[in-house]
Write a protein that binds this ligand. Structure first.
Ligand SMILES: CC(=O)SCCNC(=O)CCNC(=O)[C@H](O)C(C)(C)COP(=O)(O)OP(=O)(O)OC[C@H]1O[C@@H](n2cnc3c(N)ncnc32)[C@H](O)[C@@H]1OP(=O)(O)O
Length: 409
């Protein structure tokens, strides 16, 4: 248990096992939800890994909570590095804007550093919260709405395999066994623990009528799936306006994705298919006879915090370009501050003058290739001592496919 005190007298320490349910209810209250039932806590407690929940305390009263769990993140080039998945963050309404979150974030990041985790990552409820702690938007996703009545796949979209609905008790064993091979396919994807599957699938299959359609290759292996939930229009009339909400869409390659989209837009008595958080390069418009059946908007998906800058920069691959010296300034985790020469051969620390200087949040934005350094420089997030280095930095950090996280947590 670590304990630090804030100027406002709040203390920050890990929450003991017997107070985790209270911590979870505090989080629910922060989202304006009522306390969980005994039954829901039996499921939710699996999200709480021992010694990974930090609380803000006023004396003995817990007033804030922040959870993390161990996972790993695929970086450009395919290596997977340890990551703290941050979730269930909330502060009591009567204790807000007194540094409760700030203290918990500091304690949590120091904890991740001590555990040897290279990243922390989260999905943010509001974009204004986490930048100050060195998190940056590291993947951008598209929310795609397809009008099923207008949508028909072009005849020349190839067929790669077959799609079959899985029985409820087949889903977790089959999909969790198939997922690790998929995680290698794109930067930004993360490992899914047993707890992740329990919370995201077991619970929803039982209580939410979640359906899972799996894709089988010619060899009979599962190489992708979609999970979805039909929601009837409020009238209850099956002919009116039902929407298919797609909660998870994984595919080993575009051939598999073609078949899964064909399945989704082919479900009858559906007005719209609403697929949240698809990769930016999902080519659905190119697959349809009527591309205007699609409406989409993009939004920030994964917020990344580089906890161990040398390890992160050393692990990813880089494009072909002249070396660039980058200075990172990290006031929260000062061990990261320093100068790094980045080249196609990798990264080395240096004392040379930097061409570019960036804070931790800007590094997170360029690290997975989502934002070009020249764009962040032009918009004031990166300081430039040598403008000639910008095209080289763009090529070094570029990736072939847009990074994508694809897992809700
Ligand atoms: C990963 C996830 O779980 S996402 C879910 C996050 N949780 C929620 O959205 C639940 C509802 N909100 C909350 O519980 C709280 O408002 C929190 C957790 C977002 C913020 O907690 P607080 O203890 O109030 O934050 P804290 O006092 O440490 O604020 C630090 C700074 O961030 C700013 N800040 C914090 N939250 C917000 C916000 N929602 N909007 C604008 N500014 C904010 C504060 O003004 C403060 O700025 P300053 O340093 O310039 O004074």
């Amino acid at each position: 248990m670590t304990q630090t005190l804030s100027p406002t007298g709040l203390a920050f320490r890990t929450v003991p096992e017997d107070r985790l349910r209270g911590a979870h209810d505090l989080f629910l209250a922060a989202l304006h939800e009522k306390p969980g039932s005994d039954e829901s806590w039996d499921v939710m407690r699996q999200a709480y890994v021992a010694d990974r929940t930090f609380g803000a305390f006023d004396g003995d009263r817990q007033v804030g909570t922040a959870v993390s769990f161990p996972a790993d993140l695929t970086v450009p080039g395919g290596e997977m590095l340890p990551m703290a998945g941050v979730t269930y963050v909330g502060v009591r309404t009567d204790y807000r804007r007194r540094g409760a979150l700030t203290g918990m974030m500091r304690a949590q990041l120091e904890d991740a550093e001590e555990r040897g985790e290279v990243f922390a990552a989260l999905h943010a409820s509001e974009p204004v919260i986490y930048g100050r702690f060195g998190y940056g938007v590291a993947t951008i996703a598209r929310d795609i709405k397809v009008n099923s009545k207008r949508a028909r796949l072009r005849d020349d979209v190839p067929v790669a395999g077959t799609v079959r609905l899985l029985d409820g008790d087949e889903v977790v064993p089959a999909c969790s066994a198939a997922y690790p091979a998929l995680q290698r396919t794109r930067a930004g994807l993360m490992g899914r623990s047993e707890q992740w599957w329990a919370l995201s699938y077991h619970r929803r299959i039982k209580t939410d009528h979640l359906l899972v359609a799996a894709h089988f290759s010619a060899a009979g292996d599962i190489d992708g799936w979609v999970s979805y939930k039909p929601a009837q229009a409020t009238s209850g009339d099956v002919r009116a306006n039902a929407t298919l909400y797609v909660l998870d869409f994984q595919a080993a390659d575009q051939g598999v994705a073609n078949d899964l989209w064909r399945h989704l837009v082919g479900v009858d008595l559906i007005e719209d298919v609403m697929a949240y958080f698809r990769p930016l390069d999902d080519p659905i418009e190119a697959m349809l006879v009527d591309a205007y059946a699609v409406r989409s908007e993009s939004e920030g998906e994964l917020w990344l915090r580089v906890v161990d800058v040398p390890a992160a920069l050393a692990a990813r691959t880089y494009g072909i370009a002249e070396p660039v010296v980058v200075e990172v300034v990290d006031s929260l985790l000062p061990g990261n501050s320093g100068r790094y020469r980045v080249s196609p051969q990798g990264m080395e620390r240096t004392t040379d003058q930097p061409a570019l200087t960036m804070a931790a949040d800007a590094l997170a934005m360029v690290y997975l290739g989502t934002w070009r350094p020249s764009v962040l420089a032009a918009t004031g997030r990166i300081a430039v001592a040598d403008p000639a280095a910008l095209p080289a930095a763009d090529r070094l950090f570029a990736v072939d496919q847009p990074a994508w996280n694809g897992s809700l947590f």
